[in-house]
Design a protein around this ligand. Structure first.
Ligand SMILES: NC(=O)c1ccc[n+]([C@@H]2O[C@H](COP(=O)([O-])OP(=O)(O)OC[C@H]3O[C@@H](n4cnc5c(N)ncnc54)[C@H](O)[C@@H]3O)[C@@H](O)[C@H]2O)c1
Ligand SMILES: O=P(O)(O)OC[C@H](O)CO
Length: 323
């Protein structure tokens, strides 16, 4: 399968690098003309993945017509831009969605957005614990590839697998998407705990109780528990909640240090998806009757609705209950 990658941020660039590791040509669509130029001229993406020399068979373009001959397309835009980007992609080829989030305004998962934007294209989801700079360096990584069509999943998996990049196949598309979207919000919470100096016990409790929230929400939306406990759920939650390499964790750390959300979110070049997913996740959870107190707390901090001490206190003084 000839691969095209749409979106040349850190993750799209790392995926293009991985897919071209065996010399196969990969086309990478980039929004910014300076990224197209730098990749084709200098073999580097200085805005989003500096320090990685890209394989010669990665060719960048700003024109969707240049990926019209591809027979699979990885969509790697920020979640809030997926509708527009998928809608302008060539039609009829499998779309592999790599963005993690829930669409603001509609509450739709990425597969539902892509379905609306490109009804005729088969859809798969690629999600898991994957820091882009590690994947680009060829460090060992495992990831979930979810697709309702088992034959298509097997063909995509065979095309994207590398000795150190190992896809595990699932047919639970919704489960894979919910894990990736919810973990970003929980990573903000763990960053807050770090920034506020709450200690490692607090972080472990947030991961564990956050996973309970992810599971409740996922089950209410039809996800399977084993998917949520797999790479795209718990695996990615543990990764993102443990490192300042995560943009979401770093955003939370800033909040925990007492910096205002507006300042932390202003003029960002890179995306911290949890900030966009948090309010729409809160609304979806409330309307499904799912209790998500950690998500509620993250929203309160992002909205500057309550002081940090009060938000922490509200979590700690909830009624005692069975685990
Ligand atoms: N970086 C990672 O390690 C990683 C790993 C797995 C999944 N993801 C997911 O991949 C998605 C993309 O993240 P990233 O890290 O590659 O991005 P990034 O933060 O490195 O770069 C931002 C991206 O947003 C794009 N962008 C900005 N404005 C846009 C617009 N108006 N329309 C379309 N695109 C626009 C930029 O061109 C760029 O590609 C996110 O959903 C993220 O959660 C990231
Ligand atoms: O930097 P983050 O927080 O967007 O996390 C990147 C990836 O999603 C980790 O799997």
């Amino acid at each position: 399968m000839k691969a095209g990658v749409i979106g040349a941020g850190a993750w799209g660039t790392a995926l293009a690098q991985t897919l071209s590791a065996d010399g196969q040509d990969v086309r990478l669509w980039a929004l910014e003309p300076e990224v197209v130029e730098a990749i084709n001229r200098d073999r580097v993406n200085p805005l989003y993945l500096p320090g990685v020399t890209l394989n010669p068979s990665v060719r960048a373009s700003g024109d969707m017509a240049d990926i019209a001959d591809r027979d699979m397309l990885l969509i790697v835009s920020p979640a809030q831009h997926l509708r527009g980007v998928a809608g302008s992609a060539p039609a009829g080829v499998p779309l592999i969605l790599c963005s993690k989030g829930i669409e603001a305004g509609t509450g739709l998962l990425m597969s539902e957005v892509a379905q609306q934007a490109q009804g005729a294209s088969p859809i798969a989801v690629l999600s898991g614990p994957t820091f882009a700079h590690e994947v680009a360096k060829g460090l060992p990584t495992a990831i979930t590839l979810a697709c309702a069509d088992a034959d298509l999943a097997a063909r995509i998996a065979a095309r994207i697998a590398r000795p150190a990049f190992r896809p595990y196949i699932s047919d639970d598309v919704v489960g894979a998407e919910i894990g990736g979207a919810v973990k970003n919000v929980l990573a903000i919470a763990c960053g807050v705990a770090d920034g506020a100096g709450l200690g490692l016990n607090a972080r472990a409790s947030l991961i564990s109780r956050g996973f309970a929230e992810m599971t409740r929400f996922g089950l209410a939306r039809g996800a399977r528990a084993e998917t949520l406990a797999g790479l795209s759920g718990l695996g990615d939650l543990v990764l993102t909640c443990s490192s300042t390499n995560s943009r979401n964790f770093s955003l939370g750390k800033g909040l925990g240090e007492g910096r205002p959300a507006a300042e932390l979110l202003a003029n960002r070049r890179t995306v911290a998806e949890g900030a966009f997913t948090a309010p729409v996740l809160r609304e979806a959870a409330r309307s499904a009757g799912v209790d998500m107190p950690v998500v509620e707390a993250v929203c309160a901090l992002l909205e500057d609705a309550s002081p940090l001490a009060q938000v922490i206190d509200a979590l700690l003084t909830r009624p005692l209950r069975p685990e």
